[in-house]
Design a protein around this ligand. Sequence first.
Ligand code: AMP
Length: 190
Amino acid sequence: MTNIILFGPPGAGKGTQANFLKEKYNLVHISTGDVFRYNIKNETELGDLAKSFMSKGKLVPDEITIDMLSNEVDKNCGSNGFIFDGFPRTEAQADALGHLMDDKDSQINAMVALEVDDEVLVQRLLERGKTSGRADDADESIIRNRIKVYYNETAILKDYYDKRGMYYGVNGEGSIEEITERLSKVIDTL
Ligand code: AMP
């Protein structure tokens, strides 16, 4: 199995790139944000739990998120591997993901990070907010809060994977094709 964490702040282009990479490498794409949004739309219990955190741009608590991720992985057992998009976002989530992979006799191969300037992120998210229908993309203060949460709670995972020799940073600015090319170069070496 090839298991990749696609990493980066909100608006870095993880979802867009995951859509290309999943086809190219025959991987299952799990976006925790998409799963939460699906559950909110369908008014499930999980959606209800996640909603109040997401609307403020805060992280959904680890226990809820880890349980959900574990279910998503189980639904796709037998696949060629995964692209994790938006997960892990905390050290507890990274530890849990490691254990989950161990249980499947597998491992995370790499964290590949899209590096993008903050002001570019804000502009991209405001632009996306015009068509995405996402309330958390429509309001600049919520966008800035999500970026702040990323630096305060999530960015430490760069060190976490770097220490294990698994971190690969990629320039996330440029055309979609150029960025896919840069990501592919890393993935092809794994
Ligand atoms: P995203 O689609 O990745 O931008 O995520 C949108 C929102 O979903 C985030 O702002 C969080 O509220 C929530 N979320 C997604 N993934 C996670 C995660 N791994 N841990 C906690 N909250 C998450």
